[in-house]
Design a protein around this ligand. Structure first.
Ligand SMILES: [Zn+2]
Length: 429
């Protein structure tokens, strides 16, 4: 049974959802609390619901944010927010609450909700969103963020109207391995959704732009498609920092700037309020990929050193990468954000296997944020890593494994700009 078996509409509908949230929070004290994080231009509260195990310090937890309802007429999002909040308080979500602070903003745009109108922007965050989300993220910079939208009869693909539900690896880039990682995670979400009976598709942001901006006439499709395929990633607003008033650049999803600013794992979601004719089904089909992603945040990806969202390859690739440092989750987040914002001041790290038992790795940092602390991480086919040295001095390192290889993780500090070289001694095979 879904929380809402009808679509709440108008002022009464908004009050109905807010009342449900208040009742739910009152019934689940110790797990969930609510904060009003801002007001809409017409003075409605914008509440955020925080769900976490309050006995575990927040420093040991990741931050996951789910926003919904930024486009007022996208009715499907209305049932999904409460459904996610209810799920997060269930026993199935115990591990999520232990390892994450999950923040759900069920109605980002109450004004649009009441009017049942778009009342938003496809090209940038609105002033309200900048203020409200900017304030929230100052205290809680997200490690993962997803933003729910909803397609209907007229909004959808130019070639497939009325019936799609979509997971969108949106507002990411091809930097490091990000495109591949976002696609991998989207694939896992899709698998879970399909196993529950919800046929989601995966489309990139470029594909989505084609639905909206492409010409409806079939003959014009290839040109528009090709143009936007290469163009779109370059027109994101790099300076859309949630609080700086910039205009006219593409931010359909609230999570876009979070990737650019904090290397957050970001997804857009499109549920469907036309094809899913039962309101309850919309809530449940929206919840499924969301809970799948939140659960993945409690596991260790094969290429990651620690449990959590895969956001730590900041430069390079799976073979050789620059990664954050820190024992606590909050330390790693701070380190990640610092290195990510300096990523253009690193050369692509290099590796060279000079003989069967020796690999040399080099990093060049030419920025000013000194001393620069990071870890260099290499994926090795050899099982046995004997030593790591720099300037003939042995240095500490850690190892972790995936199913067929060993990762060497070398923490380091560069006191001044320049190149640092490591020699890794390993077994013959
Ligand atoms: Zn939308």
């Amino acid at each position: 049974m879904a929380v809402f078996d009808h679509i709440p509409m108008g002022e009464e509908g908004l009050k109905e959802i807010y009342q449900w949230l208040d009742d739910w929070v009152a019934k689940n004290k110790g797990i969930v609390h609510k904060e009003v994080i801002g007001k809409s231009p017409d003075h409605w509260d914008i509440p955020a619901v925080f769900i976490t195990n309050e006995n575990v310090p927040n420093d040991d937890k990741q931050i996951a944010v789910v926003t919904l309802g930024r486009h007022g007429q996208e009715l499907g999002t209305r049932m999904v927010g409460p459904e996610i909040v209810r799920y997060l308080c269930s026993s199935d979500a115990e591990e999520i609450r232990k390892t994450q602070v999950v923040i759900v903003v069920p109605v980002v745009n109450p004004e649009g909700f009441v009017l049942n109108k778009f009342e938003s922007s496809m090209t940038s965050l609105t002033k309200t969103e900048r203020l409200v989300l900017g304030g929230l993220f100052k205290a809680f910079p997200p490690d993962m963020m997803m933003d729910f939208h909803s397609l209907g009869k007229s909004a959808g693909s130019k070639y497939d109207r009325g019936d799609m539900e979509v997971i969108i690896p949106a507002n990411t880039t091809t930097w490091a391995m990000d495109e591949q990682i976002h696609q991998y995670i989207a694939g896992e979400m899709k698998k879970v959704a399909e196993s529950e009976g919800w046929p989601y598709e995966i489309h990139t942001l470029e594909d989505l732009a084609t639905y909206y901006f492409g010409d409806t006439q079939i003959g014009n499709m290839p040109w528009t498609y090709l143009k936007e395929k290469v163009y779109l990633l370059h027109m994101q607003d790099f300076y859309d920092h949630y609080h700086i008033p910039e205009e006219d650049l593409y931010t359909n999803y609230t999570c876009g700037p979070a990737y650019l600013k904090w290397h957050t794992l970001v997804f857009g979601m499109e549920t469907n309020h036309y094809a899913l004719s039962q309101a309850g089904d919309i809530g449940l089909s929206g919840l499924t990929p969301c809970s799948a992603l939140l659960k993945m945040g409690c596991t260790r990806m094969p290429w990651e050193k620690d449990v959590g969202y895969p956001v730590n390859i900041l430069h390079g690739d799976f073979r050789i990468s620059i990664r954050p440092l820190g024992r606590k989750v909050s330390e790693r987040r701070a380190s990640r954000i610092r290195i990510w914002n300096e990523r253009k001041n690193f050369n692509l790290p290099q590796r060279e296997m000079v003989d069967q038992e020796t690999t040399i790795a080099r990093v060049r940092y030419f920025g000013w944020d000194l001393p620069m602390e990071f870890a260099l991480c290499l994926r090795m086919r050899q099982n046995n890593i004997k030593s790591v040295t720099t300037r003939s001095k042995e240095v500490q390192f850690e190892t972790f494994k995936d199913h067929c290889s060993t990762y060497v993780y070398i923490p380091t500090v560069m006191e001044k700009a320049g190149t640092i070289e490591f020699a890794i001694k390993h077994s013959y095979q």
